[in-house]
Design a protein around this ligand. Structure first.
Ligand code: PLP
Length: 403
């Protein structure tokens, strides 16, 4: 290498790009290297905590491979998976043809395809605060901007509709609705969903309805948002990752609603999807197996989640200085700690990691203000492990707040 050679410069968009849920693992590895065991409560992966993929899905993938389905598939996915997804949407009251369904590498890819296909450089997308951070990460990549709308922890983490209205400008293109919600575990009542659709309609916005946790409400599946109004411009998302316990397979689906107003968006998304060839082929056969086969694992999973949610809420609310809204779905809680003056959520989360080896994610990684003191817990570990972890959270919080 010549002495004058300098490092290859990287793109500025990477400076804007963050994904705290995984970025924070670097800190955890440092703590492990220093000899302390770390308990990872940062990533929502049920497989890592013993919730296993249903065998009939594994058989479908193995069979597909053995039957020679190892080549590229059509870009929008194999016909039978698209038809199974369309039939599943129909059963949930969403009237959408298989030609408007795409099979994607997880919901993540579908989100990126839609935002890339619809939102231009410098335009804005309404994103909840707190949000699942992929939305803001993708917006950073495409040069667009998030407009964070408040969801209110003093009101069951429901969206503040007036705040949404106040944020809309000529540059606003889309409204992201994560319901059931990560990171808060909230579920929105029908009236809220209808109001969100009305807002989108009044301003010509497309709704991205992220429903990856739709089957993981503790009281049973939550209706699909698009079922409330099949003519509204809604793109609906789900995947095998959470409700079918196969996050590593990267298999998801999206339905571009039947409104003709979405025809150009559908064409743009399909055009972009051609460029990435296809999502993993054998896993697409599991989409069919999942959506047409036995789902009894979901009832078991929901029961386990409810128990952990109740334990988490009870333990967090018993810690002086912490309050926690009870989650109603999925495997996340977003407690709030009262911080000493001058301290941030990052100070708290890194302190907890270094002192007790417990890894959570700071709320500001999801878009809340650092001084508000939110942090996210993934509560997939066993109730017994969680109890021990929460003893550590309690001891650390007392130290941190009195320091
Ligand atoms: C709200 C939400 N949307 C999307 C995703 C990404 O899911 P997938 O594995 O289907 O890409 C996640 C993953 O945690 C999520 O929580």
């Amino acid at each position: 290498m010549s002495a004058t050679a300098s490092a290859i410069r990287t793109a500025k968009r990477v400076d804007r790009f963050t994904y705290a849920i995984r970025n924070i693992v670097v800190e955890a590895k440092n703590v492990e290297a220093a000899g302390k065991a770390v308990r990872y409560l940062n990533i929502g992966d049920p497989n890592q905590f013993g919730f296993l993929t249903p065998p009939h899905l594994i058989e479908a993938v193995v069979k597909a491979m053995r039957d020679g389905h190892n080549g590229y598939t059509p870009s929008p996915g194999i016909a039978e998976a698209r038809e199974a997804a369309a039939a599943d949407f129909a059963a949930r009251g969403v009237d959408v043809g298989a030609d408007r369904v795409l099979i994607t590498s997880g919901t993540s890819e579908g989100i990126e395809l839609a935002l890339t296909g619809i939102v231009d450089d410098g335009e804005e997308v309404l994103v909840p605060s707190p949000t699942y951070p992929l939305y803001t990460a993708v917006l950073a990549k495409i040069g667009a901007l998030p407009a964070y709308y408040r969801t209110d922890h003093t009101n069951h983490w429901l969206p503040d509709l007036d705040h949404i209205r106040s944020l809309i400008t000529a540059k606003t293109r889309a409204l992201v609705v994560i319901d059931p919600n990560n990171p808060t575990g909230a579920i929105y009542p029908e009236a809220t969903r209808r109001a969100l659709i009305e807002i989108a309609e009044a301003h010509g916005l497309v709704i991205l309805a992220d429903e990856v946790y739709g089957d993981l409400s503790y009281d049973g599946a939550v209706p699909a948002m698009a079922a409330l109004d099949n003519d509204a411009p809604i793109i609906s998302y789900s995947s095998l990752s959470k409700a079918y316990l196969a996050p590593g397979w990267r298999a998801g689906w999206m339905a571009v609603g039947s409104s003709p107003r979405l025809d150009p968006a559908l064409a743009a998304i399909k055009k972009l999807a051609d460029g990435r060839l296809c999502s993993p082929g054998p896993m697409q056969y599991a989409v069919t197996a999942a959506l047409t086969g036995d789902r009894s694992h979901q009832a078991v999973f929901r029961r386990e989640l409810r128990e952990r949610a109740e334990l988490t809420t009870r333990r967090m609310n018993a810690i002086p200085g912490i309050s926690c809204v009870a989650p109603r779905s999925a495997f996340y809680a977003m407690p709030k700690v009262e911080l000493p003056p001058g301290k941030t959520d990052v100070d708290y989360v890194l302190g907890l990691l270094r002192s007790k080896g417990v890894l959570c994610v700071y709320g500001s990684g999801f878009g809340t203000a650092p001084e508000d003191g939110f942090f996210r817990i993934v509560f997939l570990a066993s109730p017994r492990e969680l109890d021990a972890i929460y003893d550590d959270v309690e001891a650390f919080t007392t130290e941190f707040r009195s320091a």
